[in-house]
Design a protein around this ligand. Structure first.
Ligand code: NAD
Length: 466
């Protein structure tokens, strides 16, 4: 609890956090480290409860919850705790000789009271990644999980105060009406993960207080396949990234660009891979295939598929809830997709994979450059020239060669988008820096006075004599 400060029980969360931040309790490195370790412990002690909550909310298999959500989150907390002393050190700056004695440096100061708004698709890791960065930075934080993952939100709201200081870190629950009120408050930083439409609402609300933002958005992440690559391995790795969470992943491969001669072999390889992943069929109740988040989302995907002018060569069948609460669509591959197709209108965020034929890698690059900047860009090739060409000629949050989705496990890399896929960076030092600001500090000695003689009026002819 906050030293001598008394927090009234019913004081609204925002002012409680503000009072705590002003008390300075969140700033000592030892305190930040202890809270980070507590957050790791929260996850470790309750892994089964998180698995159950995500099974009900999202139909997520336990293995995915352990590996991607809880395992990755614990790693974030522990690495933040380990690196904290290094990141918070003062950084001396280079100065000319006459300023050498001024001790000019900067250090990372916490921005203050931050709001972290999280979507439903990876609720654990997206909450913990940002919260652990905020703690590392020395901020107070309110986390707002999605109303579309209610079991996770309720569980997280119950557990957080048992492990972390509730006067410094809190969970806000609710939907649009509650959020509209929350956004009227002055926050010192807002980190929003979600879609571009809501991001604009958040940005407009933040602008009223000049609140800085991190926007972690999505978009259409393309895959380029060099026909000379190992097509079977490419298909295996692309399909894994696509079916995980039924394609409801911000970095899921959205569409494939390759030359037409490679398409038949690619389709065959996708077929084999889907059979290997779901031998009894993805829609079989016993399969470990996740479900679509809502009826509205399932209907949106069906409508996009119904309107395509391409040819469905794999999958295409959907399953309504039928009292099971599970909306699902088979892993679906569509070929002969042209530039203005329904499947290229918006981020698919589902298990549909369109394949677009191009004449060359250069044409694939042009295609990508004619659209919004993606969050992730995937290239399957062994050719170093192609790799360099893609890095140099495209704009995207990141580029991954020869796999999909796995780049997020490289926690030292900055994670984030550019343009329509967002701005700001998360993960490790990059997240720490997003929740901090660089405070310039300089200590000008008294004996610098002789050097300043010419700065004081009245000016004389000698003042100009350099
Ligand atoms: P969502 O519907 O769960 O919304 C995200 C958050 O925004 C929720 O907490 C919700 O309560 C809040 N929200 C919704 N409407 C609001 C409003 N009018 N005012 C204030 N807050 C509001 O999630 P979603 O947007 O459907 O998530 C999917 C999107 O998120 C996809 O585009 C995906 O690519 C993107 N995403 C990006 C990342 C990333 O790290 N870049 C990660 C996951 C998802």
């Amino acid at each position: 609890m906050v030293g001598n400060q008394r927090i009234r029980a019913r004081e609204p969360i925002h002012s409680t956090l503000r009072t705590t931040f002003r008390s300075g309790v969140t700033k000592p490195i030892s305190w930040r480290r202890q809270q980070l370790l507590q957050l790791a412990r929260l996850l470790q002690d309750n892994v089964e409860l998180f698995a159950e909550a995500l099974s009900v909310d999202l139909g997520r298999p336990k293995q995915e919850v352990y590996l991607i959500e809880v395992g990755g989150s614990i790693q974030h907390c522990l690495l933040n705790a380990e690196k904290l002393s290094e990141w918070t050190k003062d950084h001396e700056v280079e100065v000319p000789d006459y300023q050498k004695s001024w001790k000019a440096r900067y250090h990372h100061s916490p921005k203050g009271v931050v709001l972290i708004i999280v979507p439903w698709n990876y609720p654990v890791i997206l909450s913990i990644q940002s919260l652990s960065s905020a703690i590392a930075a020395g901020c107070c934080a309110a986390v707002k999980p999605s109303e579309l993952s209610p079991h996770f939100s309720t569980l997280f709201a119950e557990l957080l105060p048992k492990y972390l200081d509730p006067a410094a870190y809190s969970v806000i629950q609710g939907a649009i009406p509650e959020m509209t009120k929350v956004l009227e408050l002055k926050w010192d930083h807002i980190c929003y993960t979600g879609n571009g439409r809501v991001a604009r609402i958040i940005a407009a609300a933040a602008a009223k207080h000049l609140t800085p933002l991190t926007l972690e958005l999505g978009g259409k992440s393309p895959v380029i396949i060099d026909p000379a690559t190992n097509i079977a391995l490419a298909a295996k790795r692309i399909m894994w990234g696509k079916v995980n969470n039924s394609g409801q992943t911000c970095v899921a491969p959205d569409y494939v660009l390759t030359v037409s001669s490679a398409v038949p072999a690619l389709v065959e390889a996708f077929k084999r891979q889907i059979c290997a992943l779901f031998p009894q069929g993805a829609l079989d109740p016993a399969s470990t295939y996740g479900r679509l988040i809502s009826e509205a989302h399932a209907e949106r995907l069906k409508s996009l598929l119904n309107r395509t002018k391409g040819t469905v060569v794999i999958g295409g069948r959907s399953e309504g809830a039928n009292g099971t609460g599970k909306h699902a669509m088979e892993p679906t591959v569509v070929i002969d997709v042209k530039d203005c197709d329904s499947l290229l209108e918006e981020e698919l965020f589902g298990p549909i994979l369109p394949i677009i034929s191009v004449e060359s890698i250069s044409e694939a690059i042009e295609f990508i450059n004619s659209r919004d900047h993606p969050l992730a860009l995937y290239v399957f090739t062994d050719n170093e020239e192609i790799k360099q060409e893609v890095i140099n000629k495209t704009t995207s949050g990141g580029v991954t060669f020869n796999d999909t989705f796995q780049q997020v496990s490289v926690t030292a890399l900055p994670f984030g988008g550019v343009g329509e896929s967002g701005y700001g960076r998360q993960s490790m030092i990059h997240g720490f820096e997003d929740f901090s600001y660089k405070k310039g500090v300089v200590d000008i000695p008294k004996d610098a006075e002789s050097f300043f003689a010419r700065r004081y009026p009245p000016y004389t002819a000698e003042s100009l004599d350099f």
